[in-house]
Design a protein. Structure first.
Length: 337
């Protein structure tokens, strides 16, 4: 396989979330040509998109599965390369990983080890592809998920708690503030109370973090505002029940907290001899609970994912092929069952 050529081919197929059908078809053709039995697993929602599930014809329910996602964030950026790097949208997140996993599957096939390949839609928005796949598991014992971790294996991945804080007030002429009630003043007080909360800390994964990502409200500079809202995102390192209660109490009397989304904190499997890390980002793994014990590793850096200069180092791409094969062999040899 020409890893660089295939990575660039996939990058050059625009697959922003919701528009993954073309890249799914391209992958289905590549995998069929390699001798895999390929299934297009339908995913409800936008367009004709689908997950791609590929197995050896004689082993439709493999114990080991490599998985990552086909979709990207916008905007589409076509591929380019230097002697050291491949650039373009999805180069590290996660089309380079797709190619590394296919190449690892081929490497293992040569030794008589057959893995499944599960390539998913929708990870960048809501993991809809993973949720659909989780309703149709195929008996795997281990799920080796790919995200850009610089070829280090993740001990854990942080979860996510999204919160919308809403404050209401009463409009009045700004010359007579005593006749109104400022929703923005209430919001500022509520957010300050939230910022003072002591967020959970995990012995291995470190602290939870808070980002106030969006703030809006008001009508005009000369109107006392009757409405304000803010959207918060907390990176979790443990259960969220107590934190939800603390946030609700912190904004009480000033605003209302609505909990929009929760993705759980995950502690993950490891393999000896591979450098470790903590993934501060979320993945499809929490939505794939029926696909075996999860591990997380992949080439590329999360620090350049979602940027205009996204890239993957060619050396890391090549190293990932060997690492994925190494992990698969270790899990197969040391499976206690």
């Amino acid at each position: 396989m020409d890893l660089v050529a295939l990575t660039r081919k996939l990058i050059d197929i625009e697959s922003v979330t919701g528009n993954e059908a073309a890249v799914g078809e391209a992958l289905a053709r590549e995998l069929s040509a390699l001798g895999y039995a390929v299934e297009r697993m339908p995913v409800e929602g936008e367009g004709e998109r689908f997950n791609v599930w590929a197995t050896h014809p004689d082993q439709p329910r493999p114990e080991l599965v490599f998985s990552t996602h086909m979709d990207t964030v916008p905007p589409f950026i076509p591929s380019s390369e230097t002697p050291e790097r491949i650039y373009g949208r999805g180069s590290c997140d996660a089309k380079g990983i797709v190619v590394a996993q296919i190449a690892a599957g081929e490497k293992l096939k040569a030794d008589g080890i057959h893995v499944g390949l599960l390539f998913l839609v929708g990870e960048e928005r809501d993991s809809q592809g993973a949720q659909a796949a989780n309703q149709d598991p195929r008996g795997a014992k281990f799920l080796i998920n790919g995200e850009p971790t610089e070829n280090r294996i993740a001990l854990a991945s942080k979860g996510t708690l999204r919160v919308e804080v809403v404050a209401t007030g009463k409009m009045a002429h700004s010359a007579y503030p005593e006749l109104g009630e400022s929703a923005i003043d209430k919001m500022l007080d509520a957010l300050e109370s939230v910022r003072k909360l002591k967020l959970p800390v995990h012995a291995t994964a470190g602290p939870s973090t808070l980002n106030i990502g969006l703030i809006g409200g008001g009508r005009a500079p000369n109107v006392i505002p009757d409405h304000a809202s803010a959207n918060l995102l907390i990176r979790l390192v443990g259960p969220a029940d107590e934190l939800r209660q603390q946030i609700t109490a912190a904004v009480s009397g000033k605003a209302e907290a609505n909990f929009i989304l929760e993705i759980p904190f995950m502690e993950l499997g490891t393999v000896p001899g591979i450098e470790t890390m903590i993934a501060a980002f979320t993945t499809d793994i929490p939505a794939l609970t029926n696909w075996g014990k999860p591990l997380l590793i992949g080439p590329g850096s999360i620090h350049v994912a979602h940027t205009e200069g996204e890239y993957i180092e060619k050396t890391q791409l090549l190293e990932a092929v060997d690492l994925y094969a190494q992990i698969a062999r270790h899990l197969r040899k040391n499976d206690p069952s």
